[in-house]
Design a protein around this ligand. Structure first.
Ligand code: NOJ
Length: 526
């Protein structure tokens, strides 16, 4: 009902489509990504009547709703799995991936995204089941046609109610290579080459499109770990009849250490630009990008790519400009629009996220990472940073609840909250409203092609958007110090118009004097 209350806020922000994290019945081993009933609402969130009222409220404001479709796995408490594990000859047995032990151990060497083996032994029938995520998230067997039918029926159920599409959880992982061969790696995520963009994935998605999606006017975005631009063209290509967009992870790796997330390495701007640019040019005219720097699985962008101290306001606005002026569909994660920051977790007991809790155990138990270092990494990269209560005002629990929230409220709420920013014309919130408006006022932001300037500059991200004779110049200073940048002459010659900036307007000159974290967008009609 809290969402219902805030629909006008979302509308005013400029939101067209709401993607809602899973709100189905779930024992919450992984914050709702472990679903025990696909056709019921989680008790903590309300009832089906509340849901319908919310959907009506969304539609009456001319917005749309994307449901999170989590069908790589279910909860182990889902009726299908309860049946499946009850005996080897149960009709639901083959809904999941069961295998005999190999030499008294796991059937292969695959590891789970949430640490440890990807297999769980089940005493009752003496077999193991596969779980790429937690052991309470058994993987569905997509090779089984009945499973696929069940999924399609469930999708039709939500579309029948009036939902407008799906964000599809780990959509690139459904198809596992038959035989489930041992993975080649020896550390980290072992076995991924046998299920990321697996052999039948495009066949499955086309079938889903044919059977379900094509029959409705809907939007889809598939979460696609380990997907290249070439793969993304297959998933989102205009002529492919699969998905509309995918979420790539490549740009989220620019502060990993050789693929390892748990580090406090600073993001590499040159690499960030290289990755974004590759996706921008690679999908131009053939597929469609989704644009994000935050979500429920990522730390807060202002703490990660900006400066959540001295230049908090400037850097949050700069990041908004940098992302929103690209080609694709931008996603704003709750609280991003007010510059919410990372939380400080003092110890692992304060965390709720299964990924961080398991990783802490794994890396500290064998001394690979010292506990204090691991806490520092969790504070920098952990998913709970994004999951603290939304900060509405300066009252108790930031106005999010009068009950007890799952995670503590970020102490920054007294300063960083919606109520305060509504009052301030110069706030991050009001800036987001303007940035979002620009996409709607200037078709070039949607349709223009993209060209990176100064690829090797390690402090400034500058690019152009081009549509016929029309051009945009986007300049973003990622440094906490002033920078000079020479810009292409035509913007000065044609007296380009400044569309937006996070500092007071100054006259356009051949060399721009950019303030710390300054962002500007110039426009020429051509
Ligand atoms: C991706 C989701 O975004 C994440 O939150 C979840 O833990 C895993 N998939 C497993 O469902």
């Amino acid at each position: 009902r809290g969402v219902i209350e805030k629909l006008d806020y979302l509308k005013e922000l400029g939101v067209d489509v709401i993607w809602m994290s899973p709100c189905y019945k779930s024992p919450n081993d992984d914050n709702g990504y472990d679903i025990s009933d696909y056709r019921a609402i989680m008790d903590e969130f309300g009832t089906m009547e509340d849901f319908r009222e919310m959907l009506e409220g969304i539609h009456s404001r001319d917005m749309k709703l994307l449901m999170d479709l989590v069908v790589n796995h279910t909860s182990d408490e889902h009726r299908w799995f309860v049946e499946s594990r009850s005996s080897k000859d149960n009709p639901y047995r083959d809904y999941y991936i069961w295998r005999d032990p190999k030499d008294g151990k796991e059937p292969n060497n695959w590891t789970s995204y949430f640490s440890g083996p990807a297999w769980q032994y089940d005493e009752k029938t003496g077999q193991y089941y596969l779980h790429l995520f937690s052991k309470k998230q058994p993987d569905l067997n997509w090779e089984n046609e009945t499973v696929r039918r069940e999924v399609y029926d469930m999708m039709k159920f939500w579309l029948g109610i009036g939902c407008d599409g799906f964000r599809m959880d780990v959509a690139s992982l459904y198809s596992k290579t038959p035989g489930l061969p041992d993975g080649k790696g020896t550390t980290g995520l072992i076995g991924h080459e046998y299920y990321q963009n697996g052999p039948r994935i495009h066949e499955f998605l086309r079938e889903m499109n044919r059977e379900v999606l094509s029959k409705y006017d809907v939007i889809t975005v598939g979460e696609a770990p380990c997907t290249s631009v070439e793969d993304a063209i297959k998933y989102t290509g205009f002529d492919r009849q699969e998905l509309n967009m995918v979420f790539t992870f490549e740009h989220m790796d620019v502060d990993s250490d050789n693929g390892l997330k748990w580090t406090d390495k600073k993001p590499d701007l040159v690499e960030l630009k290289r990755v974004f640019s590759k996706w921008q040019t690679g999908l131009n005219g053939v597929g469609w990008n989704s644009l994000y720097l935050n979500n429920h699985d990522q730390p807060r962008m202002v703490s990660r790519f900006g400066d959540d101290g001295k230049y908090w306001k400037e850097s949050a606005k700069m990041l908004a400009v940098c992302l929103h002026m690209m080609q694709g569909t931008p996603y704003v994660y709750q609280g991003e629009e007010i510059g919410m920051k990372n939380m400080v977790f003092h110890n692992i007991e304060e965390c709720n996220d299964i990924e961080a809790i398991n990783a802490y155990k794994e890396y500290t138990s064998d001394g690979r990472i010292a506990p204090e270092d691991m806490m520092r990494y969790i504070n920098r990269k952990g998913r709970d940073n994004a999951r603290t209560p939304m900060q509405w005002n300066a009252e108790k629990n930031a106005g999010f609840t009068t009950g007890t929230p799952w995670l503590k409220t970020n102490p920054c709420y007294t300063e960083v909250n919606v109520a305060a920013q509504e009052e301030d014309p110069d706030s991050i919130l009001n800036f987001y409203r303007k940035v979002i408006r620009l996409r709607k006022d200037y078709p070039i932001v949607v349709y223009g092609s993209y060209e990176l300037l100064y690829p090797e500059h390690d402090k400034i991200y500058a690019y152009e958007r081009i549509l016929g004779q029309e051009k945009l110049l986007i300049v973003c200073n990622f440094a906490g110090e002033a920078m000079d940048l020479e810009i292409p002459a035509e913007f000065v010659e044609k007296s380009a118009k400044l569309l937006i900036s996070n500092y007071p307007e100054t006259k356009i000159t051949d060399t721009l004097h950019l303030q710390p974290y300054e962002a500007r967008v110039y426009h020429i009609e051509g």
